[in-house]
Design a protein around this ligand. Structure first.
Ligand code: SF4
Length: 283
């Protein structure tokens, strides 16, 4: 059964949701345009950039990518590095989770080589479907270096097989909070529905990822300083201070209770001490 998206309609976003997506992407582009990998970066370089960006600030990602390129004449030479060698290069560039990133980069290059016999993702459209299936299967099942589904989606986009934006955990979180979809629309359908409004799918991925990493964080989103606040159902429900007022009130109440409890404990302990002294005196 076709699912409904915000603004009505089936199998395509309603005008309201489409406008919301476009406005959000426009605002994020102004703020995080520098997080999108440069257009002249080759497809494999873009995927490696995305892997690095999973757990690191943009400046560190750019430095790490530069370092990898300086230490290998091409991606094939990087493939011949061990995971530990790649990990050391990444650690020097302050990439958090360097072991995970190194395993993923190494597994990506090796799987690509093993299945396709080359490292040029731009050639994917000319690849037989069975090889593509094996390639994707290999990426998802590469043990410690396995790529999460959204990075495999990223590869299909970069490789020209797909135009729907990848949906990383940060993007899913933001989309849910903003309220783009009114129901549990399945992931694949969400991607297709978002595609016409998302603009460049690779830019969409990096813009939402960056905002989710810095502001729309998992447990306590910083709605009070969010540039897409006016478009977000969750943010609006929290109020203009992003729920900080309610939290402050709670904290104040908790502190007062703790203080009162502390006083009670102090009074109680005084009584106990007095009783102890009395007992010690044999009274
Ligand atoms: S307003 Fe809050 S919940 Fe909404 S996108 Fe911004 S940070 Fe996330």
């Amino acid at each position: 059964m076709a699912r409904r998206a915000q603004g009505g309609g089936t199998r395509r976003l309603g005008p309201k949701a489409r406008k919301t997506v476009q406005s959000v992407v426009g605002l994020l582009a102004e703020q995080y345009g520098g997080a999108v990998p440069p257009a002249d970066l080759d497809p494999m370089g873009r995927v490696i950039y995305a892997i690095l960006a999973e757990h690191a600030a943009v400046s560190h990602v750019k430095r790490a990518l530069r370092t990898l390129r300086e230490n290998a004449v091409d991606w094939n030479e990087l493939r011949l590095h061990t995971v530990t060698e790649i990990e050391r290069l990444l650690e020097g560039c302050r990439i958090k989770e360097a072991p995970v990133a190194a395993s993923r980069i190494r597994a990506l290059l090796q799987t690509c080589w093993d299945v396709l016999r080359h490292l040029e993702l731009e050639r994917l459209p000319d690849t037989p479907p069975e090889e593509i299936r094996l390639f994707i299967q290999g990426l998802l099942g590469a043990g410690a270096g396995a790529l999460p589904p959204h990075l495999v989606e990223y590869i299909t986009v970069v490789g020209g097989l797909d135009t729907a934006p990848p949906l990383g955990p940060g993007a899913v979180r933001m989309i849910d909070r903003i309220g783009i979809f009114a129901d549990e629309t399945p992931r694949g359908e969400r991607r297709k529905l978002l595609a016409p409004a998302a603009g460049d799918p690779i830019a969409f991925h990096h813009l939402l990822h960056e905002h989710a990493r810095k502001v729309c964080v998992t447990s306590a989103p910083r709605c009070g300083r969010c540039i897409v606040f006016e478009h977000c159902a969750h943010g609006q429900a929290q109020g203009t201070d992003g729920g900080a007022g309610a939290k402050a009130k709670k904290t104040k109440t908790a502190k007062a209770a703790k203080k009162a409890g502390g006083r009670k404990r102090t009074a109680g302990s005084r009584k106990a001490t007095a009783r102890g002294r009395k007992a010690a005196r044999g009274g």
